[in-house]
Design a protein around this ligand. Structure first.
Ligand SMILES: NC(=O)c1ccc[n+]([C@@H]2O[C@H](COP(=O)([O-])OP(=O)(O)OC[C@H]3O[C@@H](n4cnc5c(N)ncnc54)[C@H](OP(=O)(O)O)[C@@H]3O)[C@@H](O)[C@H]2O)c1
Length: 247
């Protein structure tokens, strides 16, 4: 693997909006080949068309990360099209926060299925190829809520703490295969994430917190920083927030 972005094959889950979309755009502008996964097919297809129209290489693959076979198909498509996978970005996620006493069990299950199992399925789909290549880079998306918990955010924080734990375990286990691992923990970044909140009063509070949110390109630049290090440099963890954010 070279120490820049050009020519790298990068698979991104949750590429239909927010952090994933911004990352696809920045990586494509630096001549990476991007393979885009999400459920909203129109969004990823029009993004792929736009990037291809600008001279880039991009493929859209309809993907629900709660189904392992679909995540495997996403990664397999990347390898079939471009011959390998250099970077897997497990980014898809949602944040329907609420106090535990409201018993929003469907929301808990969706967060566990997407934020934790989706990341595991991404690891499972990419790891066999990366082991064989003796090269690769897995980037998982946690949150400042992976480091801190506050009332109303217990389940979301639990899923993001799990992503930190998985990333650290993965980091230690993949040493023999020359695979790099990075977990990125953003604070408030302006995306569609607050739309995933199902409780109106919580949604209103979160909208207030997001008044200071920073653009999604902040995340994309962090990804580029991690990817573009020399091959013997493994950037394991990045935490960033809006300068004005307390939490
Ligand atoms: N924005 C922030 O402030 C912030 C802060 C910390 C961490 N994060 C994390 O950043 C990641 C990206 O979120 P975002 O802020 O960019 O929010 P977003 O704009 O709402 O994007 C979420 C992405 O996840 C995808 N997704 C959701 N469920 C999915 C599923 N079952 N299968 C496949 N894709 C699915 C969505 O695509 P489809 O709906 O088309 O499937 C969408 O592309 C999440 O893991 C989030 O927890 C965000």
């Amino acid at each position: 693997m070279s120490n820049d972005v050009e020519g790298k094959v990068v698979v991104i889950t949750g590429a239909s909006s927010g952090l994933g979309e911004a990352t696809a755009r920045l990586l494509s502008s630096q001549s990476a080949s991007v393979v885009l996964g999400a459920r909203r097919v129109n969004r990823i297809q029009s993004l792929a068309d736009e990037l291809t129209g600008s001279g880039g290489k991009a493929i859209a693959v309809p993907t629900d990360v709660t189904h392992y076979d679909q995540v495997k198909r996403l990664v397999d498509t990347a390898v079939q099209a471009y011959g390998r996978i250099d970077v897997m970005i497990n980014n898809a996620g949602l944040m329907p926060q609420s106090p535990l006493e409201r018993l929003k069990i469907d929301d808990w299950n969706r967060m566990i299925d997407v934020n934790i199992k989706g990341v595991l399925y991404g690891i499972a789909a990419a790891l066999p190829y990366m082991k064989q290549q003796k090269a690769g880079h897995i980037i998982n998306v946690s949150s400042v809520a992976g480091h801190k918990v506050r009332p109303g955010g217990a389940v979301y924080a639990a899923t993001k703490h799990a992503v930190l734990a998985l990333s650290e375990g993965l980091r230690q286990e993949v040493k023999p295969y020359n695979i790099r691992t990075t977990v990125i923990s953003p604070g408030a970044v302006a995306t569609e994430l607050p739309n995933s909140v199902t409780e109106p009063d919580i949604a209103e509070n979160i909208r207030k917190i997001y008044e200071i949110a920073i653009p999604a390109e902040s995340f994309a630049r962090a990804v580029v920083f991690a990817i573009s290090q020399p091959v013997d440099v493994d950037v394991n963890e990045i935490v960033f927030r809006p300068t004005r954010q307390e939490f």
